[in-house]
Structure formats: structure tokens, C-alpha cells
Design a protein around this ligand. Sequence first.
Ligand code: FPP
Length: 226
Amino acid sequence: MTEIPRHIAIIMDGNGRWAKKRLLPRSAGHREGMKRMISLSEHAFDVGVEYVTLFALSTENLSRPQEELDGLFSLFRKYFAENIQRLLQKHIRLRVVGDMSLLPPDIGELSRKGEEATAAGERGTLVLAIGYGARQELLSAVNAAVRAGKELSQEEFASLLSTAGLPDPDLLIRTGREKRLSNFLLWQCAYTELYFSDKMFPAFTNADLDHALENYAGRERRYGKI
Ligand code: FPP
């Protein structure tokens, strides 16, 4: 039996380049990306992954042109109710991480509602990172520790992060040819296996995910030991 990672994280990069190559607007790339994101996460849960974390929007992405951001928020609003229904049917819990104060207020409200509605989901957890930046998250945890005026253990520190209570990712997949973390889960990925795909995210199929999972199954994780 191949070993399935308990937690996979995906940096969904390449929507814009996928659209450009087809002479389509960037928004078309994001729409296709949204569809892929739903299908891939359902597939991951179906094959036994328990946690799927998706990097949908970084703090740095928030300085993109307002038109592109508005398009992304519209997509979020448009597909939100339908996706919550899917999560409920599949007993998947939603968790949203990121700085909601940087996003339009209704995005934060919808996220909270989605988390509440799916709170009983016991089959898996879908973690959506929007308005998320790892350095900002780390700094806010450090500042909380300073305010508390005491030294912390690794466990206590992790409990101050937005991912508190979640296991660290076992496998991080980045599509879109770039090979970097781009301010994503810097603490949590200390021992995560990395997998890079040259495919743009809208072209990354469920079979490509299977391939990444097979690749993961062949790795030896030593956590610094011999
Ligand atoms: C990276 O591609 C992708 C994003 C910044 C957005 C990812 C969003 C989705 C998959 C749709 C779902 C959206 C929400 C808000 C839930 P890029 O635009 O950086 O592509 P490029 O590097 O080719 O320009």
C-alpha cells in the first residue's frame, strides 16, 4: 500500500500564464483555477488525504490591480454557497486562515459562516489561505508572546499561529514552474516534502495529483535523523 500524506498544501500558481497563452483574460485563468481547486481537493479527500490547504491569495497578491482582485472576490462569492454544500455533503470542515482585515468585509463574514456551517465535518479539513502571509503570521505570534512576557515551547508558539491545531503539511505542491515558497507556511513547512510541477495550475489534473502522491510515497522522511 502506498503511503498517503495526511496533509497536503498546494500553491496554485500559473492561472495568469495559462490564460495568456490562450489569449484569454487573467480572470478566465482564475475561473479555471477555481474549478481545478474544487476537483483536486475532492480527489485528495477521496484518496484518503485528511487535510488540504490551498494558497488562494497571499498578502502580497493584494497589491495586484483592483480589477483582478475584484474578479477573485467575485469568484469567491459566486461559488461560495455551492462549495459549502459540497463540503457538507462530504463531511469536510472548512477553515480559513489569513488576515481578514485586509479583505472586503463580506469575504471575512462568508468565511466565518462557512466555518460555522461545516464545523461538524469529521472526514477532513479544507484550509483556505486568503490574505495570508507567513511572515506576518509569525510576527503576530512573536508579538503576542512578547506581550505575554514569557518564553515559549515550539508547541506553544505553534498554537499562536493561524494554523493552530492543524498538523504540519506532509507534502507541498507548487504548480506553475516557479520553485519557491512565496511567504507560505514558513514555520509549518520545516520538514514538509516539496514537489514542483511545471504545469500551470488550471492544467494540473487529478492524475497529476496522483503522480505527486506516488512521488511522495517513494520518499524517505528522516526529519534530520539518519
Ligand atoms: C496564482 O496564479 C493564483 C492566484 C493568485 C489566485 C488563485 C485563485 C484561485 C485558484 C481561484 C480561487 C480564488 C479564491 C479567492 C478562493 P497567478 O495569477 O499568479 O498566475 P501567473 O503567475 O501565471 O500570473
